[in-house]
Design a protein around this ligand. Structure first.
Ligand code: NAP
Length: 810
């Protein structure tokens, strides 16, 4: 027995290489030179420029791929556009068969795909074979199912159109699965651009799609540099952009698509916390760290790159981790028994090394195990940096390599604070044997995926995506479908955008007193007692900071009232009040309580029905009947969201995890809402009610033209048990006020139903903290209809999905 133990201790791994022969044969078959894949054909433009694909593990040239330009992108978009008409009308059950055929073909070519992925990217074959390719197939099976069910389960939706998809190099196949599978399942057509470092597997995948008989033009793969990506993003015939990559490029894309009416989803960077409590299974957690940060050489958006350990076990845990690091094997990606392969490119290697040097310069202590690296190729040792300040740039910024930084905490609340102390919010891992504690922490960390006692879990049935600067939109699961759908009533918005370059958007022009009308000048009766409504902030009526007043005129130009002309300070105060109300518990109240409050608001509004009707007639000059219909619809809408307050909490996802994956529809946070001019009461209620029903707090900018209904409404709020700060109302120049909201770091989302120009600016300026936006592009919306004025679209905008994964069993 002791001899056996001795052998185990000294035993070395023998090499277990996977053969590259099949990949080489495939590359040779193509003459090691690839064109673009357009309309199911290889297209090599005349005078094309080429780009070399290099194996980062040994520097070997694998093949050359084409650099697409404007003309080639135009051709690919035209192909996708051309077939969209038929593909989108192809019955879902038929599209399902195509996706199913793709999934089957992926499985048939599993080995070829995995080996090619490892050779092109440098990732261990163990990962490409057991994770990337199985997940690729899984996504096509999963979304084949949604294509099959679309006509019955998603009958209020239609496909978006031609989708431009841009992906990074860290998971080339998985990223394209996340994007292509839901898009084509829902009847869209696709132009995909893989990252420059890793183009080959997308080209092999394109062949697999054609082999499955998918009609020409449905999936087009364009290789090229970032400028080809830019051409896709700005192409007028592209209806949606789905991007995965760095936050900086995500910002550029937000700018480029602003005001265009294109849908946009952004899956961006991260700096995810890995929290270990003292009661956790420490050995299990050490293995978790290995999977969290050294999976794919740490080139993982959701890598657990910030270790946060409870202080009383920190020394012990770090020692265990260092011991484990001494046993890691870094080497040939095609060797089945290595833990880490090669870094994708020299420039990425240099960036990682630069960060490690920065970490040391910032006072960190760097540990790298004493293990051998291959002499040739882009390999980097697993690295741990301890002793850093939480504000150090190495702790705050994404390194995107095998570098872990570690911090300590004493109490659960300190752990949560440290975990959330980042501009990102992609994922988190929480380790504790106390299930109450683990789930409480999971619910309080701001991240799209939280893994309890596990890490880096993915599946087609569960959405993935970020909070804050990790982007918006979800990929995977049912929630991922909505990125590729539009309500049936809505055409692709094509706003008529004329930007006035000379005028500074949102500049404040102080209001002047209104001119006296003949009506007021006449007669000798007593003048009416002034009842100028104030702002409504933190549950109190407050005077406008700037002490300016706006006149509200009727359709005939008669003065019907005055409101405060709000400024930046009023908005900042309102945001602060909304924040206080959010953190002091509006989101934590149960849905039953929020629904009771919404019913109470409805009841109190209805009690003052006649008064609100009169006000609408007075301001808008509409008929009594039309105003009555608006007030009745407003009461009805409050009932609708009282109903939704306890019915949109989430679902259990049917993933492959042995355990439970729960999708929680969390509130977005503080939402700034600029209301439309038409329907001054109904527009206001249609936007406020879903937001607060789902636990958000709001800063409302009512109709600029007809603000008085909203101001009358705060008296309804006052009598309906709405806690102060949940609804704040600031009147004034809509664009001036919304500009402050959209630039505010503590506002999580802005909804804007003003002009096309304003919609452009809101989207464009939202990049400061990558907040979500929802804009109407100045296009008409029938607020009276239930189809356009309420429902899933509103609830979707009022929530963000967090998936919590909890394995079960011993
Ligand atoms: P990147 O530099 O942002 O590039 C991503 C893709 O965008 C590539 O195809 C790139 O093309 C293209 N691109 C670059 N500039 C562009 C522009 N101005 N217009 C249009 N396309 C442009 O990111 P990366 O270095 O490849 O990937 C690493 C980043 O991706 C990390 O931040 C990581 O966290 C993030 N990521 C996020 C997720 C997620 O789900 N949230 C998943 C994986 C990775 P070229 O390659 O030709 O330059």
């Amino acid at each position: 027995m002791s001899k056996l133990l001795e052998i185990f201790k000294s035993m070395e791994y023998g090499p277990a290489p996977e053969a590259p022969d099949a990949v080489k044969a495939w590359l040779d078959e193509h003459g090691r030179k690839f064109g673009l894949f357009i309309n199911n054909e290889w297209v090599t433009p005349k005078g094309a420029k080429f780009y070399s694909s290099i194996n980062p593990a040994n520097g070997e040239l694998l093949a050359e791929t084409t650099q697409a330009g404007q003309k080639e992108v135009d051709a690919a978009v035209a192909a996708a556009h051309e077939v969209f008409g038929t593909w989108s009308k192809t019955p879902g059950v038929v599209r399902a068969r195509y996706l199913y055929a793709i999934a089957r073909n992926i499985q048939k070519h599993h080995r070829l795909l995995a080996v090619l992925e490892s050779m092109d990217n440098g990732k261990p074959i163990r990962e490409s074979r057991d994770i990337d390719v199985p997940l690729l197939a899984r996504h096509f099976y999963y979304y084949a199912g949604w294509a099959q069910l679309m006509e019955t389960e998603l009958r209020d939706y239609q496909p978006v159109g031609v989708v431009g998809q841009i992906i990074p190099w860290n998971f080339p196949l998985l990223m394209l699965a996340w994007k292509i599978a839901p898009a084509i399942a829902m009847g869209n057509t696709v132009v995909l651009k893989p990252a420059s470092y890793t183009r080959l597997s997308a080209l092999l995948f394109a062949e697999i799609v054609a082999e499955a008989g998918v009609p020409a033009g449905v999936v087009n793969v364009i290789t090229g540099s970032s400028s080809a990506g830019s051409v896709i993003v700005t192409h007028p015939d592209v209806d949606k952009i789905a991007f995965t990559g760095s936050t900086d490029v995500g910002r550029t894309l937000r700018h480029q698509t602003a005001g265009s009416g294109k849908k946009l989803s952004l899956e961006l960077g991260g700096k995810s916390p890995f929290v270990v409590f003292d009661d956790a299974d420490l050995d299990g957690a050490v293995e978790g760290v290995v999977d969290a940060i050294w999976f794919n050489q740490g080139q993982v958006c959701c890598a657990g790159s910030r270790l946060i350990v409870q202080e009383n076990v920190a020394a012990k845990f770090i020692q265990k981790l260092k011991n484990r690091m001494e046993h890691m094997r870094v080497g040939n990606p095609l060797d089945k028994s290595i833990d880490m392969g090669a870094i994708v490119d020299q420039s990425q290697w240099d960036t990682i090394d630069g960060w490690v040097k920065t970490g040391i310069a910032e006072g960190g202590e760097c540990f790298q195990p004493n293990i051998a690296l291959p002499e040739k190729g882009l390999f980097y040792k697993p690295t741990l940096i301890t002793g850093l300040d939480p504000a150090a740039s190495t702790v705050q910024e994404e390194i995107f390599g095998p570098v872990l930084v570690s911090l300590t905490f004493r109490t659960p609340s300190e752990a949560i604070e440290l975990a959330n102390n980042t501009r990102y919010g992609l994922a988190a891992s929480v380790w504790s044997d106390n299930i109450n504690l683990a789930l409480d922490v999971a619910s309080k960390i701001k991240a799209g995926s939280v893994w309890v006692n596990c890490t880096n879990q993915f599946d087609g049935a569960s959405g993935f995506g970020g909070y804050r600067e990790s982007g918006f939109g979800r990929e995977g699961g049912r929630e991922g479908l909505f990125e590729y759908l539009r309500p049936t009533w809505m055409d692709r918005p094509r706003p008529e955008l004329v930007l006035d370059e000379k005028k500074k958007w949102g500049e404040h022009v102080p209001a002047l007193p209104s001119q006296p009308t003949t009506d007021r000048a006449k007669g000798h009766s007593l003048p009416p007692i002034d009842r100028t409504p104030k702002m409504y902030i933190g549950g109190k009526q407050v005077r406008p900071d700037g002490a300016y007043t706006l006149s509200v005129l009727s359709a005939k130009g008669k003065l019907v009232g005055q409101v405060g002309d709000g400024n930046r300070k009023d908005i900042r105060d309102a945001v602060e009040a909304a924040h206080k109300a959010r953190t002091s518990g509006w989101a934590m109240r149960h849905g039953y309580n929020r629904s009771q409050i919404l019913y109470f608001i409805a009841e109190n509004l209805d009690a003052r029905n006649a008064e609100f009707v009169k006000r609408i007639v007075e301001m808008t000059g509409r008929t009594q009947k039309s105003a009555q219909a608006e007030v009745d619809a407003s009461v009805e809408r409050l009932f609708t969201y009282a109903a939704w307050a306890d019915k949109y909490g989430g679902s259990v996802q049917e993933t492959t995890l042995r355990g439970i994956t729960v999708a929680v529809n969390e509130p977005v946070g503080v939402i700034g809402i600029a209301c439309p001019d038409e329907m001054p009461l109904l527009g206001f209620i249609s936007l406020m009610a879903p937001a607060i029903a789902r636990g958000n707090t709001v800063v409302m900018i009512p109709s600029q033209k007809y603000p008085l209904s909203a101001m009358d409404f705060y008296q309804v709020l006052d009598t309906s048990d709405v806690p102060g700060g949940v609804v704040n109302i600031v009147t004034g120049d809509r664009d001036h006020l919304v500009k402050t909201l959209v630039q505010h770091e503590d506002v999580d989302s802005v909804w804007y139903f003003g002009s096309a120009e304003g919609s452009y600016h809101v989207e464009n300026e939202s990049v400061s903290n990558m907040k979500r936006t929802w804009t109407g592009y100045g296009l008409p919306r029938d607020w009276m209809s239930r189809e356009q004025g309420e429902g899933h679209e509103f609830l979707h905008e009022a929530t963000q999905v967090k998936n919590i994964w909890v394995p079960t069993g011993e």
